[in-house]
Ligand binder design. Structure first.
Ligand SMILES: [Zn+2]
Length: 326
C-alpha cells in the first residue's frame, strides 16, 4: 500500500500537522488538476473554479461553531479542526488497542483528512456552503435530499482521492483504480461511520451509509470478477442512494450524473435490511458490505432503465409510461 507523505500525521494530531496535510492536498489538487479533469467527470467545471477562487493556503483552526469550514476574505477556506478530530478518533482508538499498526493508522488518518476536505469542497460546488444552508435545506426540502447530497459528495471524494493517490504513485489502469476506491470506502466505512454515527432517528444518514456500503460491495464484486462489469451495468464509481421504508422496501437511485431510478420500490428481506441499517455504525465494515451485497442481489442489476429493459432484468416492471398520472 503506497501512501504519500504519510509520516506527516504519524503520531502527530496537532492542528498544525493536520493543516500541513490539508495544504499539501490543495497543492496536489491544483498540480494534478488537468489530469484529474480527464478522469473525474465534472472536476474541471466544478472543482477547478473553487480551487482558483480560494487560492490562499487552506487553514485548519478550532472554530467556535459547528460549521465544517468557513470562508475568510479575500480567498481562504478555513476548516474546523473538530471535524478532523472526530473522524480521527476511531482510528486513534484502533491504534491504541493494537488493532491497527502505527503505519496503517497513519495512512488511515491521511486518507480521512483528505476525504473530509474533498467532501466539503464538493458542498461548495453544489451551493451547500454555510451551516444555515444545511438547516434550511433540511427544513424545507427534507433530510433525504441532504442524504443524497452527502452521498454524492462522499462518492466524489472517494473518486477524486483514489485518482489522486494513483497520480502520486504513478499508477494506471482500472484494477488499480478499483483497489484505490476500495481503500477509500474502507476508511469511510470503518472510521467515518462510527465517528459520525447513523442513529435510528436519522434515516438519511442510514441511507447514506447503506449507499456507501452498496458502492463498496459493487467494487468488491468487480475486483472479484476480474474487473468485468455485468452487461449494461453502471460504472463502479456511480453514486447510489437507497431510499428505505420500514416495511422492508428499497427504492434505489443512481446519479449518472443526474438522478435515475433503478426499478421500482422492491421488497427485500426486511430482517436483513433492518439489521444492516441498525448495525452500520457499529460492526466491522466488511460485515455491512457483505449484507449490502445481499440486498443488492435482491434488488437486481445496477443498470440504467434502458439497459434494464433490453436485458429483461426486471420482468415484473411495466415499461408503459406513467407521466400522465404523475
Ligand atoms: Zn456533507
Amino acid at each position: 500500500m503506497v501512501c504519500y507523505q504519510f509520516s506527516r500525521l504519524g503520531g502527530d494530531l496537532s492542528t498544525r500537522g493536520i493543516e500541513s496535510v490539508v495544504q499539501q492536498l490543495q497543492t496536489d489538487l491544483v498540480l494534478h488538476g488537468q489530469r484529474l479533469s480527464r478522469v473525474v467527470p465534472g472536476f474541471r467545471k466544478r472543482y477547478l473554479p473553487v480551487l482558483s477562487r480560494y487560492s490562499q493556503p487552506f487553514a485548519v483552526r478550532n472554530l467556535r461553531s459547528d460549521a465544517a469550514f468557513v470562508m475568510r476574505p479575500p480567498s481562504q477556506l478555513v476548516f474546523n479542526a473538530a471535524g478532523f478530530r472526530l473522524f480521527h478518533a476511531p482510528i486513534d482508538a484502533s491504534e491504541a488497542s493494537g488493532e491497527l499498526t502505527l503505519e496503517l493508522a497513519t495512512i488511515a488518518r491521511q486518507i480521512a483528512t483528505e476525504q473530509l476536505v474533498v467532501h466539503e469542497l464538493d458542498h461548495v460546488t453544489t451551493g451547500l456552503i454555510t451551516f444555515q444552508d444545511v438547516q434550511h435545506l433540511k427544513a424545507i426540502a427534507g433530510a433525504g435530499i441532504l442524504g443524497e447530497l452527502d452521498l454524492i459528495a462522499d462518492a466524489r471524494a472517494a473518486r477524486i482521492c483514489a485518482r489522486l493517490e494513483m497520480l502520486r504513485a504513478q499508477e494506471r489502469g482500472i484494477p488499480n483504480y478499483a483497489s484505490r476506491l476500495q481503500q477509500q470506502f474502507l476508511v469511510m466505512g470503518s472510521f467515518a461511520f462510527p465517528a459520525f454515527r447513523a442513529p435510528a432517528d436519522k434515516m438519511h444518514k442510514r441511507q447514506r451509509f447503506l449507499g456507501i456500503a452498496m458502492m463498496a460491495a459493487r467494487v468488491n464484486g468487480f475486483l472479484w470478477n476480474d474487473c468485468r462489469l455485468a452487461e449494461g451495468a453502471l460504472p463502479i464509481d456511480t453514486p447510489i442512494y437507497p431510499y428505505v421504508d420500514l416495511c422492508g422496501r428499497i427504492l434505489l437511485c443512481a446519479f449518472n450524473p443526474d438522478r435515475i431510478l433503478l426499478g421500482n420500490a422492491v421488497e427485500v428481506d426486511p430482517k436483513l435490511l433492518r439489521q444492516t441499517c441498525d448495525d452500520l455504525d457499529r460492526v466491522p465494515f466488511a460485515r455491512s458490505v457483505a449484507r449490502a451485497g445481499h440486498l443488492l442481489e435482491q434488488l437486481g442489476p445496477v443498470a440504467g432503465p434502458i439497459a434494464e429493459e433490453l436485458l429483461g432484468a426486471r420482468p415484473d416492471r411495466r415499461y408503459d409510461g406513467h407521466l400522465l398520472a404523475s
